[in-house]
Design a binder for this molecule. Structure first.
Ligand SMILES: Cc1cc2nc3c(=O)[nH]c(=O)nc-3n(C[C@H](O)[C@H](O)[C@H](O)COP(=O)(O)O)c2cc1C
Length: 269
């Protein structure tokens, strides 16, 4: 049975970062400091909750890595460092693990004052493979620029991504339809609130939460999608969920699931 749970993690620091984080795509061209680079390198080494997923931090990455195949969507400028999110290519469970692992690094970078943006489809796969130094059976599922975001929101960010306002999120009752029913455990409520603000490809927020025998199951809505799997988005939301549950004084772990749209089950203990 494949499981996921947080290693010794700076829970409050990452929760605060989760509230502040927003995708940034325009950077000021400066290099990430040696201090921040080594902090991110160490965090990549520590955040290994699954043997099938890992994150790699690289300074001096060519900006071409962020160039997508379809024009300016997802265009990233001025970043010379990157996080690369790697997992076993042939396992659907690894997709949730890569989202969960990767979001921890995104939050650590945010806590360090750096800008990030998950980029799932629009990156140069060949360059990413070379940069990540893949071993047998691995694939790069997503990358993120890392750097000093422009102080001022750029015109592109404002017009294309509506950066003046936070991207809207679905109400809790939509992602956890039975949230107000008597069976919902109190400990899981802050988890749903924190999962709600997680980032997802196209801001689609596919995660859905239900209670089953005292455990919380996360699944995705509708059919899965080929380029960026909804399982990866759900992995990101799972990290947010667990951080808030831990901050409220409870702890547990995820059992990864593969049946239909079920992604994982969180049990206390
Ligand atoms: C798995 C994943 C893949 C993403 N891929 C892209 C991408 O290819 N290009 C892009 O510009 N943004 C991408 N995003 C960023 C989302 O559009 C963004 O997270 C979402 O709109 C919510 O906005 P926020 O991150 O500012 O809260 C991706 C996000 C996730 C989680």
């Amino acid at each position: 049975m494949a499981t996921l749970s947080l290693p010794d993690a700076p829970v409050e620091r990452w929760l605060e970062a989760a509230r502040e984080r927003r995708s940034r795509r325009s950077f000021d061209g400066t290099k990430v400091s040696t201090e921040h680079a080594s902090a991110l390198g160490e965090a990549c080494a520590l955040m290994r909750p699954s043997p099938s997923a890992r994150a790699v931090f690289e300074t001096d990455v060519s900006e071409d890595i962020f160039k997508g195949i379809v024009g300016s969507y997802g265009k990233v400028t001025g970043a010379s460092s990157a996080l690369l999110f790697v997992a076993s290519a042939d396992s659907s469970q690894a997709l949730a693990a890569v989202g969960y692992t990767g979001e921890a690094l995104i939050l650590e970078a945010t806590a360090l004052g750096l800008g990030t943006c998950w980029v799932g489809g629009m990156f140069d796969g060949k360059l990413a493979r070379k940069t990540a130094g893949l071993v047998n059976g691995e694939k790069v599922f997503a990358v993120s620029p890392v750097g000093q975001p422009l102080q001022k929101v750029s015109t592109t960010e404002r017009i294309v991504y509506g950066m003046r306002k936070p991207k809207p999120r679905k109400p809790s009752e939509q992602i956890a339809p039975d949230l107000n029913a008597p069976g919902w455990p109190t400990w899981a409520r802050p988890g749903v609130e924190s999962a709600r603000i997680a980032p997802s490809a196209h801001n689609r927020q596919p995660w859905r939460f239900r209670v089953e025998g005292g455990a919380v199951v996360v699944s995705f809505d509708g059919p899965d999608t080929p380029i960026v799997s909804k399982r990866l988005d759900c992995g990101i939301a799972m990290l947010h969920f667990e951080l808030a549950v831990r901050a409220a004084g409870a702890s547990g772990s995820w059992e990864l699931l593969e049946h239909r749209s079920d992604v994982a089950r969180f049990t206390l203990g």
